[in-house]
Design a protein around this ligand. Sequence first.
Ligand SMILES: NC(=O)c1ccc[n+]([C@@H]2O[C@H](COP(=O)([O-])OP(=O)(O)OC[C@H]3O[C@@H](n4cnc5c(N)ncnc54)[C@H](OP(=O)(O)O)[C@@H]3O)[C@@H](O)[C@H]2O)c1
Length: 317
Amino acid sequence: MATIALSRTGAQMPTVGFGLWKVTRSTCADTVYNAIKAGYRLLDGAGDYGNEKEAGEGLRRAIADGIVKREDVWVTSKLWNTFHAYDHAKAIAKHQLELWGIEYFDLFLVHFPISLEYIEPSVKYPPEWWGLDGKVHPANVPMSETWKAMEELVDEGLAKNIGVSNSSGAIVLDILRYARIPPQVNQVELHPYLTQEGLIKFCKTHGIAITAYSSFGPQSYVELGYKGTAVSLLEHDLVSQLAKKNNKTPAQVLLRWAVQQGLAVIPKSNNHDRLLANKDVLDWNLPEEDHKALSKLNINLRMNDPSEIDPRLGIFA
Ligand SMILES: NC(=O)c1ccc[n+]([C@@H]2O[C@H](COP(=O)([O-])OP(=O)(O)OC[C@H]3O[C@@H](n4cnc5c(N)ncnc54)[C@H](OP(=O)(O)O)[C@@H]3O)[C@@H](O)[C@H]2O)c1
């Protein structure tokens, strides 16, 4: 399994992982177990995905059956927006570890550089974007406070590596000003409709690895009611053409496009055949002209923009 070495610890983060967002809760344990059996060695979870307990069950079953040891599987999770206050961040990370049934996360990310009012987990978990009154309630917790808690999770051995997600250069630079432990990874939306060359260059310069999410562009958002006009990348003429030419599937072409730039990918699928196929993106190359042609599809189309939930959350404005 190809890996990307993180700069601070030298930890080897698998280049291809399995994404857990919208993995159906009732089948999640089996899906995770089968993903590990099929060779996946990174699970990308988050408190917000609401399936950490089930994902942990699948992982622990794979360990109990002798398929892997805990140290063979990289577990990423994320801190949700309502838990940015120092005490809340530390407490919820411990709760999330309990849900997974593991002792540490290989990587723990601040999910969004957005702080929202705390909701007691016993009242609603995961809390999502809205308060109990159905409205969005931003909270004034500075990232420096959240980051201090993240660093202490490392000190306590609860997270081997820490990082950010959905973070532009500006917020990363701010964190770097005070960080004792700098962010090692930035997990961002990135596909041929949103190529983010500037952010890639910025992160590489600062020794921060990038994990690309939503590699298939709009596809992931169709089930959430996406009504945009951009054609699915999986059905785009150019992607289909290049798939045929390279004897691969459109999904593999899109994943390979990211991997070939030194990025990690974390495709999600509730379908075992697609899950299997999505792994085959490591031992072949897209010719340079094909790679360039795909990059030219860029239209800065961002599917995951919190300002659509509430304009006060315009982190990409
Ligand atoms: N940090 C963040 O804020 C953030 C945001 C979004 C996502 N993520 C992470 O990134 C992971 C991946 O992103 P994503 O879930 O948005 O989207 P994705 O992996 O780009 O796409 C998933 C969608 O594509 C379909 N699909 C998967 N493999 C396919 C294939 N080979 N051929 C055709 N269709 C295929 C899936 O349907 P089926 O399930 O039916 O196959 C699903 O509808 C997430 O699971 C999550 O772990 C992180």
